[in-house]
Design a protein around this ligand. Sequence first.
Ligand SMILES: NC(=O)c1ccc[n+]([C@@H]2O[C@H](COP(=O)([O-])OP(=O)(O)OC[C@H]3O[C@@H](n4cnc5c(N)ncnc54)[C@H](OP(=O)(O)O)[C@@H]3O)[C@@H](O)[C@H]2O)c1
Length: 346
Amino acid sequence: MGERHEGRGFSTRAGDRVSVTEMDYTTLGSTGLEVSKLCLGCMNFGSDAEWMLDDREASKEVIERAIEHGITFFDTANVYSRGESEEILGEALEGRREESVIATKVYGRMREGPNGQGLSRRHVLEQAEASLDRLGTEYIDLYQIHRWDDSTPITETLSALDTLVSDGKVRYVGASTMPAWKFAKALYEADLDNKERFVSMQCEYNLVDRHEEQNVLPLCRDQGIGVIPWSPLAGGFLADKYDRDEDTKQGRAATDDRTRGRFTEENWAVLEIVRDIANEKGVSPVELSIAWLLHKPMVDAPIVGPRTIDQLDGTVGALDVSLTEGEIERLEAPKDPVWSRSIGDV
Ligand SMILES: NC(=O)c1ccc[n+]([C@@H]2O[C@H](COP(=O)([O-])OP(=O)(O)OC[C@H]3O[C@@H](n4cnc5c(N)ncnc54)[C@H](OP(=O)(O)O)[C@@H]3O)[C@@H](O)[C@H]2O)c1
């Protein structure tokens, strides 16, 4: 969606690791905010679920390696391991705030009891302060609503977000995962009341989860909204680490129902084509899957979720993979994307 240009990874702190990947940069949606074409997702950095890293130092090393690769764009959320992910990111970016673009989110439950979650003015303002604190920064670049809150009028949320921008605590506001009609309503209400407009949409989008093509993506294209897809590898399914004939006990699928839920005949058929084309081109299924996303004109930066430095190193090569129209057609052939409300409310 934004304007694509190339640059080179900036400072490296580790020193002994060689090679700085050529990184591409783009502007986010219709804004002038420059971000790297890969965003580092920080959901793995915490201890909330068995498949997470649960190692602060190892997490910071992955972030450090991302910086060496020229990644400047980082995505976290208040609710990721209840603040732990934000703290880790804040520590890793200490002394590097100027070069970094930090995106975080609000909505999820942060404590039991009334006002412990949601998008009320009360919770949004309280959580923005808490996120600033955990991240150790004076401003958040992109503050996103993680989900739609049916119990708060969107005008109340927009007003709270507008206050944060006016106060200099937030630079841009974004949204994540909701039915397109609700997102259209939010854009309309913001325009009507001259409030800050959402500039980006973070939605699930990968070769086996293409339902957003029937939901929010056409709206984003029409409205110049930047798209930053989450789960670009379908939780690891597209990394080709699972075998359809085995009841897998390894990787994230061993304990993450959502990843295991992707083990369907249709999805195995997609993976088979991913394997074939990756072999033909001499690249990995990971690189090919991320490259497919990078070829979508409305996608600004897939939010990659490596758990280790090796996984990160095995991902960035996606920026150099070119796909033909024919290859893209082959990859998309096994599935007809369908939107259903139950998907949007996940
Ligand atoms: N807005 C939202 O609602 C929402 C929801 C989900 C995620 N997100 C954001 O999106 C980010 C990415 O999501 P995700 O973690 O689901 O992404 P993903 O890329 O679909 O899945 C990440 C998993 O794939 C495997 N993997 C990653 N790179 C690999 C590589 N090079 N080789 C082999 N395996 C690899 C790892 O699984 P193993 O652990 O099995 O090795 C890793 O945990 C999150 O960090 C978060 O910032 C947002």
